[in-house]
Design a protein around this ligand. Structure first.
Ligand code: SAM
Length: 297
């Protein structure tokens, strides 16, 4: 008899994945943690019944939330990851030889242990890399108190529920700005605009109060259902205003192992927004769409 994992993240809608075999099921202080062999996407991590990442499509999200900002910046040496317990973001960041140090602050040690044991295809050996500084704690408390400074802050957060709610607050973003070096970039997971449009609007509205430039770029992650996934960015300079030749040159210099999603063409294509997404961005500063720029010419 086939058993199914039903994700009902959105009212009136659910996605189901066949459960071939449950590998881990537990409850930490923060959330229910489950890892299972799925019917189509390999091993899958779910937290409180919501798909977080799968072996089958994690490369999309993890490559786009790392290589794009790292190459847009051009000289990233120190990286802060907030959340990211599955280790996928950490593993991609460490592919860059320019990166000297990565601090990862994940609130739930159970997620890290489960990733190390059951999701080696996602985290690889990232947790034991000598450049990795792993902290089990609240990311919001960390950015409020650390004396360290970063070239890139990656907020690899779940949806705004439970301990992650604070990662969508202005106080958190203010403290992220505090720990960012001049020219540093912040990027964050910001949900599926088709279903979570207000979350994107809210994030950009808060970014606009703190940084000179902000916006979103898109990627399609099959198991983050209902269309595009929005990845938001904020910086004191416009990261979309980079000569394409520079991105191609930086990509070549980085000599990254073969990637499955990111490439310099997608780097630029990801900022092209369909009208319904562009309309979710509060005017006028954050609308970093091609159309908006053409209007200015
Ligand atoms: N890639 C997934 C996505 O796109 O939704 C999310 C990756 S990861 C599994 C999200 C992580 O954020 C979880 O491991 C969760 O424990 C962690 N997290 C939630 N709230 C946190 C907080 N306040 N500080 C640090 N980590 C937090």
């Amino acid at each position: 008899m086939t058993t199914w994992f039903n994700e009902t993240l959105y009212a009136g809608f659910r996605q189901s994945h066949e459960i071939k075999k449950v590998l881990f099921e537990g409850k930490s202080k923060y959330q229910k943690v489950k890892v299972f062999e799925s019917g189509r996407f390999g091993r899958m991590l779910a937290l409180d019944g919501v798909v977080q990442c799968t072996e089958g499509d994690e490369f999309v999200y993890h490559e786009m939330l790392t290589h794009l900002p790292i190459l847009a910046h051009g000289k990233v040496e120190s990286v802060l990851i907030v959340g990211g317990g599955d280790g996928g973001i950490l593993e991609e960041v460490l592919k860059h030889k320019s990166v000297k140090r990565v601090t990862m602050v994940e609130i739930d040690g159970m997620v890290i242990e489960v990733a190390k044991k059951y999701l080696p295809k996602i985290c690889g050996k990232a947790f034991s890399d000598k450049r990795t500084n792993l902290i089990v704690g609240d990311g919001a408390a960390y950015v409020a108190s650390t004396k360290d400074r970063y070239d890139l802050v990656i907020v690899d957060r779940p949806d705004p529920v439970g301990p992650a709610t604070v990662l969508f607050s202005k106080a958190f973003y203010d403290n992220c700005r505090r720990v960012m070096k001049p020219g540093a970039i912040l990027v964050a997971q910001n949900g599926v605009p088709h279903m979570q449009g207000p979350e994107l609007t809210d994030a950009i509205r808060l970014f606009q109060k703190i940084w000179a430039h902000s916006g979103t770029y898109l990627a399609v992650v099959p198991t983050y259902v209902c269309g595009f996934m929005s990845l938001t960015w904020a910086c004191d300079r416009d990261i979309t205003d980079v000569d394409p030749r520079d991105i191609f040159a930086r990509f070549d210099r980085a000599k990254l192992p073969a990637l499955r999603y990111y490439n310099p063409e997608i780097h630029f294509g990801a900022f092209a927004l369909p009208n319904f997404v562009a309309r979710l961005l509060p005017a006028p500063k954050a609308t970093k769409t091609v159309a908006a720029k053409q209007k200015k010419r």
